[in-house]
Design a protein around this ligand. Sequence first.
Ligand code: FE2
Length: 218
Amino acid sequence: MCDFGKPHPHGAKDFGFLVDVPEVRALVDETRRLTGKIADTAARVDALRPAFGKLLAADGWLPKEYGEPDLKSGMGSGIGQYALYRAEDGSLCLFSLVIPAGAETPVHDHLAWGLIGVYRGIQDETVYRRLDDGADESKARLEVARQQTVKRGEFYTLLPPLDDIHYVKTVSDTVSVSIHLLANDTACVTRHRFDAQSGIVTPFRSGYSNAKCAERRV
Ligand SMILES: [Fe+2]
């Protein structure tokens, strides 16, 4: 592996610890440890809560440029998606998502278990329930399952297919930054965006603002 034990300036590579600081390593190490120890996904995600909460509570570890909007974003609306850690085998990633004030993501899915929490600003999350059986890949029937406001240090879990479809809006008057720990290479897998009104489902790949996707995962 090229990504362990060597100092790299952040942004200089596509995999491994793009932000190589003790706070990020501690969470990735704990995720690896618990993934090997706990087979049940819900129990594993629950066990990760303390380590994830610790990263959200820590100050000073996120590089300034990974907390800023990206006007060329694959998510649109200036939303920046910055890889902080990526496993080369696509089994785990940690990234920051920066949403400008008043902007919102499309309605989208994630296709992996994980934890998502707010590091700066305030976000409103709207979660959808899928009413159809998913047999038609181009159409979905969605209804709002719940809405919640998420503030600094607060987080929620993803356990697909439960609660996997949502959108997020920044409701603070400054950008919001959320931190995502997910068990895939989220920005590089083909996911789906949903038009909640028409039900049209469109495949999409958001891409990272600071790292390339491997073509094999297209
Ligand atoms: Fe999301």
